[in-house]
Design a protein around this ligand. Structure first.
Ligand SMILES: [Ca+2]
Ligand SMILES: [Ca+2]
Ligand SMILES: [Ca+2]
Ligand SMILES: [Ca+2]
Length: 786
């Protein structure tokens, strides 16, 4: 279990109210020398169209707790002294083409040059096969422009180094896309960012450039720094060096995020977000244990913001039930998540949603309690709280070492949104309902979920920019750590690729990874060749999502552990096949339930007719399942959690599953969370989840290990995971208690003789010549460690 000291109080005492920080170190020579390290190399690419962002030192090669993050090189060599005069930014755009054969010419026809086939000829003077041309972006109007490379005067190709596209013209011709920035406004660039765990200090240096017209920066309030959402007192800008230097010491463990601002007469620079974590051990997303606290259904921390819709009775299961940001915050401060071993919380979309009731499944009326009917890109839902309430909750999470992901719902808006009124051209015009005919499959991108949910047409670049702007703004203002991206396969790739592109440049400058985990609801694992895993994989790459929820593994978990329908051997095969399938850097998330499927424990009692939940929505209204009265469904739930917690992939806990909350289909699977009056069996599941999370935290093999099936049959499975000397074996049995034997000789890090310890009970299990024989009760699991 994570046992972070409570630091919120400390922060308040040390930095009351205005967050005027003490001790403060003013800019000094030592820091400036430090900051100058990279300033001699020039980097001329005003578009940020490059991949060499912050170089985070390897957290595993600990240099005395000092994590140095040296950001990308600056646009212009500032030199040691600017004589106090604002330095104009560079505004060059570099196009580059790496030829894989003989090439005679490369040009860049684009919208801004009316597709001139002779525009911007590239050259390869050093004949190394890389052709380049540099454009002065100041000569092109700011905007998002389509272009292609024309090779040898005949081949029109996409820019192979650019994942972004633009759909041009009435026929939506797809081209590469470049952003030409407004070069008249200032530019902020991170020079360096350091954290020092031993010193409990952070240090950030940010270079400030003015626009290409060399207008002076606004030093009367236009140059300032925000820290944890509030403006920092004091003057942090050094005019001599034209840079911000912020150094703060005596900080508490947790996240310390800054936003830098600069202005000149032409406008404001895009704010620079610099998140930093002060932690003993550097966090990686594959280490996370994720918890979905559906905001309306988790905890009502502030009854004053409750506003049930009058169109349904109060307390109705699809009315607003009162949950809010402050409820989640209370549970964070109570240590609820710490005790469960949770290190990341996923919350509902925070966007304002409409107040009424709207027709949906089964011809019934529903409110927008789930948050998936956004009417605003900026405002928070008042029933959840204000932006400040959200920020307070996130800060509290950070003080506990817990990350926060917001659900990002971008596929559609609710018709009450002003966007639908003002920007009709941002939406798919034809009302094709997803639920009619075979439109889920035939029209996945342009179908509408409901007649009142206009579907975004992200072939429109203005819509892409507006929605990714909003995403970046939410992340910066609420200091988020990631997004759960809703309805991924119902939007063109350019949306999720633009999101990644901007996240990398606008949220990850300091090297702290921002998690993008997508939802793509698909069917069963197809052996590595199926549509299900193929569809998920299509969105996972370094240019797009970090990972997705692993639906194919979910179906195997459901069939075996809950429903006793699938072979455990097939679960083992699917897991072995899916690890690595989504790419070496993918961070997938495994789960045993979410808000779109019937509750695991109600599957486990046999209430739900089939794995797909057919008929389960009706059941939720007519015959909702109760808490099981027997032990077996709870044991099955524990087995499934033991599986999730011992294999790579971020385990997701859907609120309530940790106490075996029952429920049929949506919305019966979204009952109000229960904290009190739990039965012994419910408490036992919750304690088991906490214990499993502790084991996971102590064994990197569970998070990043090689997975190997050691033994399996229809009703049982044993596997090993191993990583860098660490190893763990998990054994599962569904049928009557039996001895299970297998070899651990091929699992690196496992002893060939002696004994293993059961990580739950501490009991010794003998190893003889690499062989293990262990008794496993019915519906039980064993976790064995050296
Ligand atoms: Ca060259
Ligand atoms: Ca409330
Ligand atoms: Ca509202
Ligand atoms: Ca869509």
């Amino acid at each position: 279990m994570r046992a972070w000291p409570l630091v919120a109080t400390t922060l308040l005492v040390a930095f009351p109210g205005c967050r005027s920080l003490d001790p403060i170190t003013r800019p000094d020579t030592e820091i400036n020398e430090h900051a100058d390290l990279d300033a001699t190399e020039s980097y001329a690419d005003a578009t940020g169209d490059h991949t060499d962002h912050a170089d985070l030192s390897d957290p595993r090669t600990d240099d005395g707790g000092k994590d140095a993050i040296d950001a990308k090189e600056t646009g212009v060599d500032l030199g040691p002294d600017t004589q106090g005069v604002a330095v104009p930014r560079s505004c060059d755009i570099v196009f580059q083409y790496k030829a894989d054969g003989p090439v005679a010419s490369v040009t860049v026809p684009g919208e801004w040059n009316s597709w001139s086939e002779s525009a911007h000829p590239m050259s390869d003077a050093d004949e190394d096969g890389t052709w380049t041309v540099t454009l002065d972006a100041g000569s092109i109007a700011p905007g998002h422009w389509g272009y292609k490379f024309l090779v040898n005067g005949t081949d029109w190709i996409f820019d192979p180094g650019n994942p972004l596209v633009k759909y041009v013209g009435d026929d939506f011709t797809v081209n590469s896309r470049v952003e030409v920035p407004d070069c008249a406004i200032p530019l902020l660039e991170l020079e360096s960012a350091h954290t020092d765990w031993a010193e409990k200090s952070v240090e950030v240096v940010v270079n400030v450039f003015t626009g290409i017209d060399a207008q002076p920066l606004d030093q009367q309030g236009g140059l300032y720094v925000e820290y944890r959402g509030e403006q920092l007192d004091g003057d942090w800008f050094d005019p001599a060096l034209q840079r911000f230097v912020v150094k703060m010491g005596g900080l508490a463990q947790g996240k310390h995020s800054f936003v830098f601002h600069a202005t000149n007469a032409k406008g404001q620079a895009n704010p620079l977000f610099v998140p930093l974590w002060l932690e003993e051990k550097t966090f990686e997303w594959e280490d996370a244990v994720l918890y979905f606290a559906m905001t309306d259904r988790f905890m009502d921390g502030d009854p004053s913001n409750n506003a049930p819709a009058p169109c349904l009775q109060e307390g109705h299961k699809v009315n607003w039930l009162g949950g809010d940001f402050s409820g989640i915050e209370q549970k964070i401060e109570d240590g609820y998540f710490d005790n469960l071993g949770v290190s990341a919380i996923w919350i509902s979309p925070a966007n304002d949603n409409p107040d009424g009731c709207y027709g949906g499944d089964l011809g019934l009326n529903y409110t927008a309690y789930h948050g998936y009917f956004p009417v605003s890109l900026e405002e928070t839902e008042s029933r959840f709280g204000s932006l400040e309430d959200l920020r307070d909750m996130v800060d509290s999470a950070h003080d506990h070492g817990i990350r926060v992901l917001m659900d990002l719902a971008s596929n559609h808006v609710h018709e009450e949104s002003g966007l639908w009124t003002v920007h009709k051209d941002w939406f798919h015009q034809e009302l094709i309902l997803c639920g009619q005919d075979d439109n889920w499959n035939e029209h996945p991108i342009d179908c509408w979920f409901q007649p009142y949910l206009p579907d975004l047409d992200f072939r429109n670049i203005d819509a892409v920019i507006a929605f990714t702007d909003a995403a970046i703004r939410w992340a910066r203002k609420a200091d988020l750590d990631g997004f759960r991206v809703d309805a991924v396969k119902h939007m063109v790739h350019d949306f999720s690729r633009t999101l990644r592109y901007r996240v990398e440049r606008e949220l990850e400058a300091s090297g702290v990874p921002f998690y993008l985990v997508g939802e793509t609801f698909v069917g069963e694992w197809g052996g590595g060749f199926g549509d299900a895993e193929g569809t998920i994989k299509a969105y996972v790459s370094s240019n797009e999502l970090t990972g997705q929820f692993d639906f194919p593994i979910y179906w195997e978990v459901l069939k075996t552990f809950a429903r006793d329908e699938g072979g455990m051997d097939e679960l083992g095969e699917a897991m072995a096949g899916s690890l690595g399938f989504y790419g070496p850097n993918a961070v997938m998330s495994n789960f045993l339930g979410n808000h779109d499927v019937p509750r695991f424990i109600s599957h486990a009692t046999g209430h739900i007719p089939d794995q797909w939940g057919n008929g389960s929505k009706e059941m939720g209204w007519n015959d909702p399942p109760d808490l099981p009265q027997s032990q077996a469904p709870f044991d099955r739930l524990k087995q499934a959690f033991a599986f999730l917690m011992t294999v790579p992939g971020v385990p997701l806990i859907y609120y309530g599953d940790e106490i075996g909350m029952p429920g049929a289909g949506d919305p019966d699977n979204r009952r109000m969370m229960q904290f009190d009056g739990l039965t012994g069996r419910q408490v036992s599941v919750r304690e088991t989840v906490g214990a499993l999370a502790t084991i996971r935290a102590g064994h990197p093999a569970t998070r990043k290990g090689e997975f190997e099936v050691l033994w399996s049959d229809d009703d049982g499975l044993a596997y090993g995971v191993s990583f860098s000397g660490d190893a763990l074996v998990a054994v599962f049995n569904v049928v009557a208690g039996r001895d299970v034997s297998f070899s651990i000789a091929d699992v690196p890090g496992m002893p060939q003789s002696g004994s293993l310890a059961d990580a739950i009970t501490g009991e010794d299990v003998m190893v003889d010549a690499g062989q293990v024989s262990v008794f496993v009760e019915q519906l039980a699991f064993r976790i064995l460690v050296p």
